[in-house]
Design a protein around this ligand. Sequence first.
Ligand SMILES: [Zn+2]
Length: 298
Amino acid sequence: MKIGIDLGGHTLVTALVSDSTVGVLPHIVRTISDSTPRGRGVSDVMNVMADAIANLAEGCDVTGVGVAVPGMIDGDRTHVRRMPNFPREWDDLDIPVGLAAALAARSLNIPSKIENDANCYALGEGSAGDAVGIKDFVTFTMGTGIGCGIISGGRLLAGAHGMAGEAGHLVVRGDAPCGCGGMGHAETFAAADGTSRRARELGLPADFGELWMMRGNHGADIVIDATLDAMARAIASTCHLLDPELIIIGGGMSRAEGIGEALHKRTLPYLSRPFKAMFNLKISQLGNDAALYGAASI
Ligand SMILES: [Zn+2]
């Protein structure tokens, strides 16, 4: 058995995941969902994670823990570089060492690893989702921001500094500033935050699901069009760069009915001819569980 943890700004989900064997995919046996402690301080979060691990590990043989973290991590996959929505005390922290201490206080000795949450999403789709058996695929999570994970030649693409796969920051149009410090990035238009901002400016609902249901309304169509267009440009550029067999779209915005078909149609004109025929885009079936499966697999 393995344990996968999805550390979010609001919720912290811990899952006990069965081992995969030949022909048998892993499955989530049990999950514990906690609220992320207020203030998101290191010791509070470590204690919540360690309690959940101790609870799930009771009576079964857990061989490893993987934590999906919302931020950039070091090339060595142990240290956090920066988690934007967490206090600065997390910067440069060795999470496996900290978690080992919290577990030791509970008489447990289980090794842990960390990985970026968007990368865990991709790993999860590869271990238990739509990309099982596929060696080249890319996942996008459309939520507050745009997450991306790349599996190329069967391996997670990490890059020289562990930061590869930031396709939400592909430069797709104009020079509007992005929250990351760059400009013209896909995320500014395609993610929920940017979409909500543009919707509010027109007096429309900030919630993407509500906005999506208003299609046909002139204002809603303008806002949605910019969202789909930025996402389509990022997807097309990703296809040209990596030649993936499959693109998987997850995240809260992917639950809007028909968004998969809309993105597929919108992306085609941006693709060069040989890529059009091979283009394959799916909406994630695993949803939020993908990051848990991915974390458990690292
Ligand atoms: Zn950016």
